[in-house]
Design a protein around this ligand. Structure first.
Ligand code: NAD
Ligand code: DAU
Length: 349
């Protein structure tokens, strides 16, 4: 598949910015990336600082809301978009519990607008790749794995909105023949993740001697994947995945939350001793409503059919991530204080 003008949505967020850097560095991609991002609290152009200079003529940034159907159609024709990699979403479960409205708008209506624009793009359009989550499958008991055949059973407004968007993508393939692929991935971690999510939140709080809030009994299980491994899986599916198909992507790395928080404490104690064990900062707090107990991905389909499997081990990936957050305190300060939002206002209005 030769893509000339790849529309990446949400390219200023955590996974999107890692993907833009990944794809532009690949020898098997010579096209241009058109990054459309609304720049919500989670989208930060600083995540892609220097990218235009590093890849002259191959990167365009447009601050646009995917819920603006007219603007999206205009972008498709003006930039002759021939493929889409769709990351843009409201992504944090806790926020969806408190204020679900923007999840419905961006995740469902925004995806619908993109599908419509892609449908109208005509025969030159090659692929709509939709980034989704394992959370659409609901919660597992102590055993078993999510496969591509597991029935959808989303439990939070976030996962319900992602499930709806997956169904729309599937329907556009079945009804209109739009070339689509979907990936349902487990929990990502790595550089540039907004520090509201478990791993960066715990790293920063532990560094600053603040409480480490663990929901419920801390024994909920997630399956962790280093973000660059996810980027590789996405590009593999885009190139070689069967059109109309779904691929589960996971890290083969189940961990209880408490184990991760303790490991972060121990690694930081080793690197920056502070006279006491940071584990003493662990504070059990009331559970998240509707908290899914366990996620675990069976990724044998993508391994068998496309030859992808994760490369990074959890221990080395976590060390790299901790180092990144330690070395990028200016970034963490700016995203947490909202200082970068003032910069966005100054530059983009
Ligand atoms: P993120 O919150 O870090 O980034 C989301 C990006 O989308 C931001 O740059 C934001 O500004 C942009 N955005 C939000 N609303 C928009 C709108 N209306 N129009 C244009 N841009 C908008 O999210 P992330 O963690 O990078 O997740 C990216 C995608 O991957 C999401 O679709 C998410 O559901 C999915 N996913 C995430 C994980 C994970 O562990 N983080 C795992 C599996 C799947
Ligand atoms: O599984 C994929 C999903 O992973 C993605 O679709 C979501 O976009 C992404 O946010 C993530 O969802 P989670 O809800 O699993 O991630 P979060 O980092 O919010 O929480 C991970 C686990 O840690 C979860 O069991 C809740 C728990 N937790 C989280 C926070 C923020 C805590 O115990 N304390 C906390 O402060």
């Amino acid at each position: 598949m030769e893509v000339k003008n790849l529309l990446v949505t949400g390219g200023c967020g955590f996974i999107g910015s890692n993907f833009v850097r990944y794809i532009l560095s690949r020898e098997d991609f010579s096209g241009r990336v058109i990054n459309v991002d609304k720049l919500t609290y989670a989208g930060n152009p600083e995540n892609l600082a220097g990218i235009e200079e590093a890849f002259p003529g191959r990167y365009v940034f447009l601050r646009v809301d995917i819920c603006d159907a007219e603007a999206m159609e205009k972008i498709f024709s003006e930039f002759e978009i021939d493929a889409v990699c769709h990351f843009a979403a409201e992504s944090h479960v806790d926020r969806s519990i408190k204020r679900p409205e923007s999840f419905i708008q961006t995740n469902i209506v925004g995806t619908f607008n993109l599908l419509e624009a892609a449908k109208k793009a005509g025969d030159s359009f090659k692929l709509f790749h939709h980034i989704s989550t394992d959370e659409v499958y609901g919660s597992l008991g102590p055993t078993g794995f999510f496969t591509e055949e597991t029935p959808y059973r989303p439990n939070s407004p976030y996962s319900a909105s992602k499930a709806a968007s997956d169904h729309l993508v599937r329907a556009y393939h079945e009804t209109y023949g739009l070339p689509t692929t979907i990936s349902n991935c487990s929990n990502n971690y790595g550089p540039y993740q907004f520090p509201e999510k478990l791993i960066p939140l715990m790293i920063l709080n532990a560094l600053e001697g603040r409480p480490l809030p663990v929901y419920g009994d801390g024994k909920n299980v997630r399956d962790w994947l280093y973000v660059v491994d996810h980027c590789e899986a996405i590009w593999t599916i885009m190139k070689e995945g069967r059109r109309g198909d779904t691929y589960n992507v996971g890290g083969n790395c189940e961990r209880e939350n408490i184990t991760i928080v303790e490991l972060i404490c121990d690694l930081l104690d080793e690197k920056f001793p502070c006279g006491t064990s940071r584990r003493s900062l662990i504070t059990f707090v009331p559970d998240r409503p509707g908290h899914d107990r366990r996620y675990a991905i069976d990724f044998s389909k993508i391994r068998r059919e496309l030859g992808w499997s994760p490369r990074e081990s959890f221990e080395s990936g976590l060390k790299k991530t901790i180092n990144w957050y330690v070395e990028n305190r200016a970034w963490t300060e700016r995203v947490r204080s909202g200082e970068y939002q003032a910069w966005i206002k100054e530059h983009y209005g």
